[in-house]
Design a protein around this ligand. Structure first.
Ligand code: NDP
Length: 287
């Protein structure tokens, strides 16, 4: 007789709203390919007031782990037993691993970004970095860039968002002893001549606002500037088109997305997924 085991291994994502989160497409394609036939990725809408109960539910269901997305990445930290060092600096957790009832928080957004950079042959060590935005993605990226030895980080951010920008500055300057600058983004931004890497960490260009792009002077992009977007959908944004038109090397947010998802799978299952298959599953799903 065949072995009869119908017990599901559960992971997933808590968010609100969360219905457009593509995690399930990418992760379940990898589970299938890895032969993990009883692994399920659940997309779960959890309102902010229910987060504590949702974490209790995660433990009661013996889920292997969970991703957290907006608005839970910061709030969830108070329910965890431990938080990885880089996630502490970032101040946000996007991946939780259930280690036999002990919940440990990680931030794979920044790590996924760094692997994508490495895959593009770009090393941020001793580089001058400009990051547009000061939200969760900018925070994760700037902390990882700092830990990787960047020589300078400039955060370009809207005036209305100043408190969040100030707290990021404090992490970079005080905790990580980084040479960091803050620019109030009140007018068209000129990218400095000595910048090596430019990152769009705003949602500008994300579906459905696919024609939007950051308000920068694109004629200040030099050929030897490396340009990186965080937007995975669509992968080719107007921001990247401007960079390409000026001869810059660039990479879309797809690399970050697939690498952070691959890291999640490795943390939860101990197995290494095929990333090209995950990208294909995502592209097939979004059309
Ligand atoms: P947040 O809301 O935390 O931060 C967004 C940042 O962009 C804020 O600083 C915000 O400023 C700024 N911003 C928004 N609109 C504008 C605008 N019109 N002009 C200038 N600045 C603006 O979001 P996240 O950091 O979590 O996510 C940002 C993007 O990164 C999202 O599109 C998300 O899809 C993408 N992302 C991609 C990942 C990947 O794996 N590829 C992983 C994580 C995120 P303000 O607060 O003033 O609005």
């Amino acid at each position: 007789m065949k072995e009869q085991n119908y017990l599901d291994s559960l992971v997933g994502v808590f968010g609100h709203p969360v219905s457009e989160n593509p995690g399930v497409i990418i992760q379940e394609a990898a589970f299938k390919d890895l032969g993990l036939n009883l692994w399920r990725f659940l997309t779960i809408d959890v309102t902010p007031g229910d987060l504590g109960d949702a974490i209790k539910g995660l433990k009661a269901f013996n889920m292997k782990g969970i991703n957290c997305t907006i608005p839970h990445k910061i709030e969830v930290m108070k329910y965890l037993d431990d938080v990885a060092e880089s996630a502490k600096h970032i101040g946000a957790v996007n991946t939780i691993v259930n280690e036999g009832g002990r919940l440990v928080g990680h931030n794979t957004d920044g790590q996924g970004f760094m692997i994508a950079l490495e895959e593009a042959g770009v090393n941020p060590n001793n580089k001058n970095i400009v990051i547009l935005g000061a939200g969760g993605a900018a925070r994760a990226i700037s902390v990882e860039m700092s830990l990787a030895g960047a020589s300078k980080i400039t955060i370009v951010n809207r005036l209305e968002d100043r408190p969040f920008g100030d707290s990021l500055m404090s992490v970079l300057k005080n905790d990580l002893k980084m040479d960091a600058d803050y620019v109030d983004w009140t007018e068209t931004y000129d990218v400095p001549e000595d910048a090596d890497i430019l990152v769009n960490a705003t949602p500008l260009g994300l579906y459905p606002n696919i024609h939007e792009k950051p308000n920068i002077n694109y004629d200040t992009l030099r050929r030897d500037l490396y340009v990186q977007d965080v937007i995975p959908n669509p992968a080719y944004t107007p921001f990247l088109a401007e960079a390409e038109a000026r001869g810059c090397a660039w990479q879309s947010g797809m690399g970050m997305l697939v690498n952070q998802a691959a890291l999640n799978i490795e943390m939860w299952t101990g197995l290494t997924p095929d990333k090209s298959l995950m990208i294909k599953a995502f592209e097939d799903a979004v059309g």
